[in-house]
Design a protein around this ligand. Structure first.
Ligand SMILES: C[S@@+](CC[C@H](N)C(=O)[O-])C[C@H]1O[C@@H](n2cnc3c(N)ncnc32)[C@H](O)[C@@H]1O
Ligand SMILES: Nc1nc2[nH]cc(C(=O)O)c2c(=O)[nH]1
Ligand code: SF4
Ligand SMILES: [Mg+2]
Length: 210
């Protein structure tokens, strides 16, 4: 394959930088506790200083993989597939998600929403970031809003983001992992005072699973 042929397939979403894939339990948010096969795509330029997968950021470090091959493999493991990254919406998600839907699978995304929403999704987890705000469409389509709390300013950001999502969107506050001892008590008080919010924890980290 020539370099330009490769670039064309990437632009079409037929070739994707695949960092890792693993069968585990969804640890976070609404579907926590549910077995799911995770597909982690490389590439992200949002730059969260506390990101727990910085190794994903440089897309070129991850092997370009055909969407067809990703789907054939994933279908062997689970009925629920979570597409994450990196930032999966840096890529055209239409072919990957259409092929997963053709297999009858439930297709979920973990996204910052910072790039155009492409693809067909059964569940959209929007985790907005101040550094690169979500696009309008993803606020309309999000099924859950999951705001990471690193410090007290994040409660204000969470309310600003909650004002932008659709009325059915479920609202979560999730402690940033390294600050969890400090922010968990703040989140607990906040959720009791503002019960439209729920707590989300990274339960996989407590379970010592991927
Ligand atoms: C690694 S990101 C990949 C998907 C997408 N880039 C995003 O940020 O939503 C997956 C999820 O982990 C969250 N996350 C990343 N680092 C975290 C940390 N240190 N503590 C808590 N949550 C974190 C993100 O906010 C997001 O909800
Ligand atoms: N078990 C497990 N659950 C998760 N939920 C969201 C994750 C992510 O990194 O996108 C994640 C992850 O990395 N592992
Ligand atoms: S947007 Fe997601 S992958 Fe990108 S730096 Fe932030 S947490 Fe990490
Ligand atoms: Mg993770």
């Amino acid at each position: 394959m020539t370099k330009s042929e490769k670039q064309e397939l990437i632009a079409q979403g037929l070739l994707l930088p695949l960092m890792e894939e693993f069968y585990t339990i969804q640890g976070e948010g609404f579907h926590k506790g549910t077995a799911a096969y995770f597909i982690r795509l490389g590439g992200c330029d949002v730059g969260c200083h506390w990101c727990d997968v910085k190794e994903s950021w440089v897309a070129e470090l991850h092997p370009p993989t055909m969407a067809d091959a990703i789907v054939e493999n994933a279908a062997k493991y689970s009925n629920t597939i979570v597409i994450t990254g990196g930032e999966p919406l840096m890529w055209n998600m239409k072919p990957l998600t259409s092929k997963l839907k053709e297999k009858g699978l439930q297709v979920h995304i973990e996204t910052s929403g910072a790039y155009e929403l492409t693809g067909t999704w059964d569940w959209i987890c929007l985790s907005p970031k101040k550094l690169k705000l979500p696009t309008e469409l993803v606020y309309e389509k999000a099924n859950e809003l999951k705001v990471i709390v690193y410090n007290k300013d994040d409660f204000k950001f969470a309310e600003e983001q909650a004002a932008k999502v659709n009325k059915d969107c479920i609202l979560y506050l999730q402690p940033e992992w390294s600050k969890r001892d400090k922010v968990v008590p703040q989140i607990v008080d906040y959720v009791m005072a503002n019960p439209k919010w729920k707590v989300s924890l990274q339960t996989h980290k407590y379970l010592n699973i991927p």
